[in-house]
Design a protein around this ligand. Sequence first.
Ligand SMILES: *Cc1c(COP(=O)(O)O)cnc(C)c1O
Length: 386
Amino acid sequence: MTRREALATRAVHAGRDDLTDLGLHAPPLDLSTTYPSRDSLEEARRLDVLATGEMPPGPPVYGRAGNPTVARFETALAELEGCEAAVAFASGMAALTACLLAAVAAGRPHVVAVRPLYGTSDHLLSSGLLGTEVTWAEPGKVAPSLRADTGLVLVETPANPTLTEVDLRALADECGDVPLLADNTFATPVLQRPAEHGARMVLHSATKFLGGHGDVLGGVVACDESRARTLRQLRFVTGAVLHPLAGYLLLRGLATLPLRVRAASATAGELAARLAAHPRVTRVFHPTVRPRPAGQMETGGPVLAFETDGDPHALIAAVRLITPAVSLGSTDTLIQHPASISHRIMDPEDRTATGISDRLLRLSAGLEDVDDLWADLSRALDAAAR
Ligand SMILES: *Cc1c(COP(=O)(O)O)cnc(C)c1O
């Protein structure tokens, strides 16, 4: 048996193991929309296989059925999450949509979900736009919420934007046969691998840390090969494909993911501690300031939130180094006001009940020097005091 390589090593080589034998260093970027062939009977056979969601080796016939560059990213992400397969989509929401449509298509449109979730995910479930019906349940109350037609249990940990951690093993035990889908966007496989704790599907907004530079929109679901086939079928008919250039950039992003996530996590932990001691800060939300599920997540992660007794909008207007923008997981530190932006689409009463107050600010640590960030943040806190 060969020695199992560390995650930092696989992050660099996964999806690229064949390159040396191909005589290549950078992975090839294949922008083809179609794949010519003089043998249309062979094409017909390949299409029959592709229609089942299986990926036969060789060209994918048409760009909506598959892409070799995107496939490299999928192989790599599946390996890092410790899953059999991964299926990439045009965005995180496209990935979640495919998971929900799979439940609906299987005749199990009931979804049990744990709040808080990313605002648009919450809205997608609350609105029932895809024909799902949601029951919101706290951890520990999921089992009694399950029904014969429950197709999915959905959780984010740490959750967007309150950084609440949920014990995945305990939740998976509550789910029984119903698949648990864990949104791992905030932790990334560097800090936490939900499949090791019983999640059957792991979702990412690849737009965030996997891409890591604020220039790619993408989503991905890691799961077993049987579920992956259903997701590929749905991707083929809905057309929610990831662009090959996005696949290329996401594969590139994975190589530096462990370095970036660990560095930004250390910065977020330090900022959380300094915020907790600042007179204008009334509450800090970060896994490091709470009791935590044992053995689940390596550190607190790069995202934190806090409440100020000053004006949160004035604080956003006052930062100069930190970028005042929604989203997270970039090289630069981002700050935004969830009630105005990331969670705006939620019903205001649900939002408040979920712990997202009008004073809450969410910060995603980047790769800048922590003292420079603190100088900007503490000055903005003072400027926003009233
Ligand atoms: C951003 C985000 C999403 C949605 O992803 P998009 O790529 O913006 O579609 C889903 N879940 C979480 C936790 C997110 O932060």
